[in-house]
Design a protein. Structure first.
Length: 213
């Protein structure tokens, strides 16, 4: 895909959604960090249902640490892998209290050193909480980037590297959200909704699917 076509795609996505937001509910960098950590292999809807009950009770590192693993499990037991997630969230909360004065560090290395926090989670926090031009490649972004040929790659790191290379600076902060939302609601996994896609004529997916197919 050439750069003019990529720019046209990004301009359409921007015009359609000028101020994209994550669908995870949060009101602080710590709440976002917890929500993203809980969202691994889980839907945003399921995470929001849990955190809508959790955060009014405990939404700071100290409060989560005080809640403890067993206490946290009671709030997140409807989320997949909740046992390990509870252990990690309590552990990272204690580290934030002990090493960072209860604040989420605006630093990739520090974030990735926290239990349960990998590159993707760090990218989301840096982008969404702090406005960094990072691009967290999840299954939606990986699929859209490859299917459309916008930024093809064999693995998530290749796709991230390609996106960082080909996306102009003016779009970098928001492209993460645009691509996730596009993959979640239009360019879905099993049967992409090509007939209602706003970038259908620019997409290089050769096997486009329409309602009558």
């Amino acid at each position: 895909m050439n750069k003019d076509k990529r720019r046209a795609i990004l301009e359409r996505l921007r015009d359609n959604n000028p101020h994209p937001q994550t669908e995870l509910n949060y009101s602080s960098p710590f709440e976002l960090l917890v929500a993203v950590t809980l969202s691994a292999q889980a839907t945003d809807v399921s995470v929001n249902k849990a955190t809508d009950k959790l955060f009014p009770v405990a939404n700071t590192p100290q409060a989560i640490a005080d809640l403890g693993v067993d206490g946290l499990k009671e709030y997140i037991k409807t989320i997949g892998l909740y046992n390990n997630k509870a252990i990690n969230v309590v552990a990272l909360s204690k580290i934030l209290v002990e090493q960072y004065n209860g604040e989420v560090p605006e630093n990739r290395e520090a974030l990735e050193s926290l239990p349960g926090v990998g590159r993707k989670t760090a990218n989301v926090v840096l982008n969404t909480a702090f406005g960094w031009p990072t691009i967290a490649v999840d299954t939606h972004i990986f699929r859209v980037s490859n299917r459309t040929r916008f930024a093809p790659g064999k693995n998530v790191q290749e796709v991230e590297d390609k996106l960082l290379k080909v996306v102009p600076a003016e779009f970098k902060v928001d492209v993460h959200h645009w691509l996730i939302l596009h993959g979640r609601y239009t360019c879905i996994a099993r049967k992409p909704r090509c007939g209602s896609c706003l970038i259908e004529d620019l997409c290089e997916f050769k096997e486009k699917i329409y309602p009558d197919d």
